[in-house]
Write a protein that binds this ligand. Structure first.
Ligand SMILES: Cc1ncc(COP(=O)(O)O)c(C=O)c1O
Length: 406
């Protein structure tokens, strides 16, 4: 943080006043350092920089002023000691775990996870001899069992993608301490505005910045936040050397995205709660899941650890008792609904200003086995809605019109 800012500032203020390092031009909007490298004053200075005797910018795979600004601002909003940016959310997930796990180490993970995270675990971590123990994230007995023996890391999403299960972060954090595990939370669905995993006891947080931090569907990016020991240690070592570095252009877009994150997410979350309430009561909807809606199975837990319920509503169409929710008729009904929507674009991003509809079973979670999907509650009737910045009444009318096709 800049030396002349009071240290009591709140996240909305930090979002526009941190990460600012003005050049001699005194620009208002943060400068973008679109450069791969930096000139040294002398061969001696280059030697000293490589030896680690002086701390200056050397090469943008190592560090870049625009990336530094993004990291500082996100760390300030999150209340984290340290932040390291990555090229994508998936490289953040990979590095958060890959930088500390080795052959024979135990990773305990909730089984409800984003599809590419599960693919990374199954195709690489498994092959490299990392022992992965999956648990039902909402079953305290399974957490007790899994963390009664030492583990190196614990990994969860809360709320989960796409079914929005809310996991008890403080309870899992207590068990992680006993097991000696580093507890990492993917906070993409909740956002830094709606949930603070580090305050709830987690050791580290990962983001796909591609989602709400950009918020306008422009660039890919990711971030890992936590203690300086972890982030400036294994995380930095791995990103710098394996090259999962974010581009300065993307970091600049995300830096500016952080300035409007809170207002966007609050608006989108208010619309999401209103739509979840309306959809949950709709005769063509079996259930509309939203963490802060009273019908959510972990509603009390969500209220206790989330200040906003996120910007997503996950619904299941009600096709009556005779339709197999895993069958082609169910899929056809979901597709008719999605194809009839005019304001919800069919896509697989989330957190965008534009509302988005996604059919998880055939897209984001299509590599999971049908049994695996059934186990976490994803069926052919499941549709994930990312609520954008449109007028909520227009979104409601769009959904009503499309539900007539079900
Ligand atoms: C919960 C969650 N984590 C991680 C990711 C990966 O992010 P990225 O697409 O930026 O690599 C996604 C992407 O959809 C996600 O939804």
């Amino acid at each position: 943080m800049s030396a002349d800012l009071p240290d009591s500032l709140r996240p909305d203020t930090l979002a526009v006043h941190t990460g600012i390092h003005r050049s001699e031009a005194n620009e208002m909007s943060e400068g973008m350092f679109l450069t791969q490298g930096y000139a040294y004053d002398s061969a001696e200075q280059a030697r000293d920089a490589f030896a680690g005797d002086i701390d200056i910018y050397m090469y943008s795979r190592y560090a870049n002023p625009t990336v530094t600004a993004f990291q500082e601002r996100l760390a300030a909003i999150e209340g984290a000691e340290s932040c390291f940016a990555t090229s994508t959310g998936m490289s953040a997930v990979f590095v958060a775990l890959g930088s500390i796990l080795g052959s024979g180490d135990r990773l305990v993970a909730a089984k409800a996870l984003f599809g590419s995270t599960l693919q990374t675990f199954a195709n690489f971590f498994d092959k490299w001899g990392i022992v992965i123990d999956y648990v039902d994230g909402n079953d305290p007995a399974e957490w007790e069992r899994a963390l009664s023996t030492p583990a190196k890391a614990v990994y969860i999403e809360s709320p989960t993608n796409p079914m929005q299960d809310v996991l008890d972060i403080p309870a899992i954090a207590r068990l992680c301490k006993q097991a000696g595990a580093l507890f990492i939370v993917d906070n993409v669905f909740a956002t830094a505005i709606g949930q603070k995993p580090l305050e709830l006891g987690a050791d580290a947080v990962v983001y796909s910045a591609t989602k709400h931090i950009d918020g306008q569907g422009r660039v890919l990016g990711g971030a890992i936040l936590g203690s300086a020991d972890y982030v400036e240690g294994p995380v930095k070592l791995m990103v710098r050397n394996m090259g999962a570095t974010i581009s300065p252009f993307n970091a600049w877009v995300l830096l500016k995205g952080l300035e409007t994150l809170a207002v966007r997410v609050r608006h989108q979350a208010a619309s999401a709660l209103e739509l979840a309430t309306w959809l949950d009561a709709h005769p063509k909807i079996r259930v509309a899941r939203y963490p802060l809606h009273p019908s959510h199975p972990q509603h009390d837990l969500a209220v206790s650890q989330m200040s906003l319920g996120g910007t997503l509503v996950t619904l299941d169409l009600d096709l009556g008792p005779d339709v197999d929710v895993a069958g082609p008729e169910a899929q056809a009904a979901a597709f008719r609904f999605m194809n009839a929507l005019r304001l919800f674009t069919c896509s697989n991003n989330l957190g965008d200003a534009k509302s988005i509809s996604t059919h998880p079973a055939t897209t984001t979670h299509n590599k999971m086995s049908p049994e695996g999907r059934a186990e976490v509650g994803i069926s052919e009737t499941t549709v994930r809605l990312s609520i954008g910045l449109e007028d909520v009444e227009d979104l409601k009318e769009d959904l009503e019109r499309a539900l007539a096709h079900v």
